[in-house]
Design a protein. Structure first.
Lengths: 402, 402
């Protein structure tokens, strides 16, 4: 029996409300040996109070040593095993621009590039054209490309990057990238690696043929390449597997997209954390699970800016009373992965996590930080195990067996 | 997706070097209630310094409560799930005498025994004949036994024990032992439990028929029995699954054999720990993963000699500076299992483990010992999860998902 079979079977309804506050990339590292991490450096009276009253621990997003992207990181927190539910790159890119991807779609990452008269690649990123130019070229492609039998969507992302989506029947996603990963050779034709994806490969070939025609005369972006062919994986909703009416309050499209993937309703999150807390209050009666996503603990970490990450954590802490005031039955604060400013990137380090609820057993944690969490009652656990714990503390899981 | 698929997919190359120092049977128990273990009793300034700078924890070799042999214990440390990769006893026995076992081989543990005129078993160990006699009898068998269609290898081990290897095509290993496990009955004929092993059973029957002929007139060892029929399991190399050029420095053949099983190159380890450290230095430029095996923490534990185990741990500690001086990017010190001298045997107790690298998050451990490790940042983990962590700290694993 897998966990989703179990949560379906044990599901019980009540009025309890769960808040999952994800501080993206929350976990960190000290800059100096045996120093303090960003979270340990930040002044966080509200998080510390929650840690004292609740239970703490360290979450491993995917598996020990594995550094997750945002997709696997969030799926784990939503209770979906990220090694089982593998979200393809094309789908993630589409989610990242708020594209309403559906079950008949195959999504691809595209990028404009430069080729010479013989079709040989001279610049894989077309001189990193401006986003405005990308928007203009996507419009031109959209106007001119017609492929019988399917709908084609062409959406700009940023600079030389775009998203291409084919919508139709019988479109597999097992197609190889067309980027040869070297200059001086022609871009590749799309090749299917299984029969069910042969039609997609043919359509992509035709798409690229027409692209070449339409962009002839453009410079430097006179061709495109396609990568990361991906269909929506079959994912049961949080309503189906947990009986939850889940609502997402996320400022950035990628996280709204990931929430949509598991069937959350997307609420207006505005632009700031204050907007998100106001949105939470507004939506309070409309759901029983609320995912609030806070981006800046990750982006400051990626910038390598320790002080800025500390400041962003303190900003998050200051917003907490507004959430606590709503009296959620279960309040979880965690991250989808660590982003130590020392490393300027996502990392594999376990993520400090706290769960506050009336049914928490006391643990010795006196504040919220990586080292404190080592002593916490949650221990070290896989992220995918957190949601069943939230359900339990919310009184939404019955007894297994007699 | 399993971990080896993941490590293959995420594999990144660099110049980082990893040292895995395995103190066999490292974990222990106090002799007196609430006393100190062998490791806690030993004076280990160098291990303690590594523990302070690195991250500690406790490794469960196979699963909670499971006492491993050397095979599963080491496979786990090499990142191969010991419950998935089951190395048969015949293969382990062959590895233990440095026999170069190959993919067309089926290996068996043999033992000389005594039978009466009617072929009924009178001594399962042939009076524990001396090793010299075993060598002599193996030579006699080797000279006289001929089985058409295969090569037969007959190698002495110790006392009444030998290794028999058949080399040929289509040799399965699903054959039952010929030891009836009681006296006064005939030794059993080999019986295949699946059709693919029928030929092996026939060949083994012929081998035992000729053995009886050749040994007629010998006393007390006038017959042999075969147990633990086993082929080499299909195991991908560490190069394949992790991209590592792995080098083993092990004094004892069993551990060289286990290292060979996962594709390590076997370097000359000499006879002492000092030889091994010198070998490590000599091989430093030729690999990026180094397995150093130290036997005596296990053998003193098996002897039930607490003080000797303490002394052997101190000897290991004294050798550490020679390894640290090479500046490995990741240095792990652990054991393949516990061997408490109190129990005089391998045990299931978790094994103290430390990992030192620049990217370690601080933990409160101030020394290296079983109780200190309980507070460590690695927590309690399965041995098979250690290698991905080593790869992560070495910067050799990319991000999973976008």
């Amino acid at each position: 029996m897998d966990m989703h079979q179990l949560t379906r079977q044990l599901n019980e309804s009540n009025d309890a409300k769960i808040v999952l506050l994800v501080a993206d990339g929350l976990g960190g590292l000290p800059i100096e040996p045996n120093g303090r991490t960003e979270l340990e450096t930040a002044r966080t009276p509200n998080l510390d109070a929650l840690a004292r009253g609740g239970v703490c621990g360290l979450s491993t997003p995917v598996a020990p040593g594995i550094t997750p992207g945002s997709g696997p990181g969030h799926l784990g927190l939503f209770g979906y095993d990220p090694l089982k539910f593998d979200i393809g790159r094309g789908v993630l890119e589409a989610l990242g621009i708020d594209f309403p991807i559906g079950p008949k779609d195959v999504a691809m990452r595209g990028n404009f590039c430069s080729v010479d008269a013989a079709g040989k690649l001279t610049d894989r990123r077309a001189g990193r054209i401006a986003t405005e130019k990308c928007v203009e070229l996507c419009g031109k492609l959209r106007q001119n490309i017609r492929i019988p039998g399917i709908e084609v969507f062409i959406e700009p992302v940023r600079e030389y990057r775009l998203v291409v989506v084919f919508r139709g029947d019988g479109l597999g996603d097992q197609v190889e990238d067309t980027d040869p990963q070297q200059l001086g050779v022609p871009t590749l034709d799309p090749v299917a690696t299984e029969p069910g994806s042969a039609r997609t490969a043919e359509l992509a070939k035709e798409f690229l043929r027409q692209t070449r025609e339409v962009l002839r005369g453009e410079s430097p972006a006179n061709m495109a390449m396609l990568r990361g062919f991906a269909c929506m994986p079959p994912i049961a909703t949080m309503k189906e597997v947990y009986g939850l009416d889940a609502v997402a309050l996320a400022v950035y499209p990628m996280y709204r997209g990931l929430a949509k993937l598991v069937g959350m309703r997307i609420a207006d999150a505005g632009k700031t954390l204050a907007d998100q807390v106001a949105g939470l209050e507004r939506e309070w009666s409309s759901g029983n699970f609320f995912f609030v996503h806070y981006k800046y603990t990750d982006s400051t970490g990626e910038d390598g800016n320790f002080a800025a990450k500390v400041a962003r954590i303190e900003e998050l802490d200051a917003a907490l009373p507004g959430i606590v005031a709503l009296k959620p039955d279960v309040l979880i604060v965690t991250g989808d992965h660590s982003t130590p400013s020392l490393l300027r990137s996502h990392s594999w380090h376990p993520v400090p996590t706290l769960l506050a609820a009336k049914t928490c057993r006391p643990d010795p944690c006196t504040g919220f930080g990586e080292t404190e969490c080592l002593r916490g009652g949650l221990g070290q656990f896989l992220a995918k195990d957190l949601l069943p714990l939230a359900l339990a503390h919310a009184g939404r899981l019955g007894k297994y067996g007699a």
